[in-house]
Design a binder for this molecule. Sequence first.
Ligand SMILES: [Zn+2]
Length: 180
Amino acid sequence: MGTRTFCNCQAQAELSRAELAPGLPVQQCEACGGVLLGMPDYRLWRERAVSTDVAGQDAFEVSDSAAARACPGCTRLMQRYRVGVTPDFRVDHCPSCQLVWLDKGEWQGLAQAGLATRLSEVVSVAWQRRVQSDELRARREAGLRSKHGDACIDELKRVREWLDAQPKREELIALLRAGW
Ligand SMILES: [Zn+2]
């Protein structure tokens, strides 16, 4: 990316060279604090980095932009990939240009969640599927909790875990049903 690239934030500032972590070059927008990261650079950094411990100590806020961004490489809309942590945010990725856009605070958010070194996984279909199925499961459990109460569901979970660990699980469940 030798050409000049401008941010599509309000200021439309020109991106300038910066380092996200030692040995990890990015193009940064001074105005909005977002960074453009080339996945080949990222993978190189992951292989070479002496320390990938990038967890920041400073307080930060993730300012996940609501709208999809145009890819600076091909101008098509970047795909949004959910990180699936709390608080959740999305990173923008263009698979064809191998570019990731991180809004201000998102790198710190990844680092805090222990995912700064797993960005390649986050921007994968498998990761997105897992985030969705985790969410579905959480929603289902929340529904059960409001219907039966926390104490009941906690106890049920405990019993289920115990049952799952039993070699004669099916036989025990049959016993329960039959009321022996
Ligand atoms: Zn692109």
